[in-house]
Design a protein around this ligand. Sequence first.
Ligand SMILES: [Zn+2]
Length: 459
Amino acid sequence: MFGRTVSRAVLGRGVATLSTNPTIRLTATRTYATVRNSPLSEKLSINGDRLWEDIHHTAKWSAPSPGGVTRLCADENDKKVRDWFRDQLLALGADYKVNATGTQFGVFPGEDNSIPPIAMGSHLDTVATGGKFDGPLGVIGALEVMRSFKEQGIKTRAPIVLINWTNEEGARFFPLLGSSIVYAGRSTVEQAHAAASNDASELTMGGELAKIGYVGDGPNTFKEFPISAHFEIHCEQSTDLEKAGKPVGWVEGWQGMTWYDVIFHGENGHANTYPMYGRRDALTGAAKLVCELEKLAYEQNGATTVTGIHSRPWGACNIQSKCKMTFCLMHKEAEGLEQMGKIIMERVKSIASLHGLETETDRTVHLLPGNFWPEAIDCVRLACGEKGIASRTGTGHDSTMTQLLCPTAMVFARAKDGISHSPKEWTSKEDCAESALVLGKSVLNFDDYMKLKAADATA
Ligand SMILES: [Zn+2]
């Protein structure tokens, strides 16, 4: 056994392989002359005070998290904010449904209900020690748009659906994008329900959703419930808008990212008496991998983050015989991302061989870099006008799932110092309102675009 390395690489096991083929859209040369600022979008205004109040009102549903929000998927605070969102949708007259992965849908009819609805969605659950904006701004901003449509008598041709997706962050259960991944047909309800808690307890996402009463019988997949497009506001999580002095941005695409689980298996032994030479310490292997990951990011001009380490056995007197590490690799280019994956797997092998460890490696999520749909980006770009710039996101969102299915684009709201996943996350009241206005206008532009396209087709 000593010195033997067993490597089990379960690559792309289908549970959460998010690989897309971005080259198709990257090379598209179509012109989208019919996207314009719709006449209706000129009329729209947003109640920035109400949006701001709701962001802060709902932020109180949080575990202790000074200044920020800790509202993990399917915890008691998540139930409270979900109940609130349901009540708001019903008060607006929505056809309301919850599906098996806890996704909340509120559908509002249009002039032609044979057309699949245009969606506005994001997530109300947050990471631990998160901020008030990552997620909630997208859902509450969408709610504000719908309220404004109603108040201002703005009626779209296509129906509209507001969506609160579940476990986008993967903060409590892995994998991330917990419900949009099922909606996109890249995972199943059963797999989502079996998603394991990151705290190494036996809790699952399905069990916890059931506890708060959020396993419903609504549609789970795009096939069952297609949408015409998906638009999402998100705080920028970077400083491009701030540097440019712009409140909003249209998001053209995302960088690639891959998550791995690596388990080092070593040998149990006495922490005090076992000789140093010949130890098979799993945690030492993991520590070396942490350092290799940091080096790799600089070598390859990418980024790497270790997001979890679980080491066993418990106790003060044991050499650690099993250590599980979760980490992610990020790169703007697909080749760079693949290269980083190859290199780090080689380094796992050499660490294991040096310390006599066995390894299990599992590439759990693989999302290549890509671009959103040009016609949807154009809708957001025109809605931003002079107030926006083009931008790219450094991470995955529910929109990276819906873009597999239908025209999708995102609206960025300026974030102070680019900080996110921290209580310091901050977007001003004015910028929140501006981003909601852009979201509403984007939906109206897309509705108008579909109408013009349909007219072209029958002409
Ligand atoms: Zn988010």
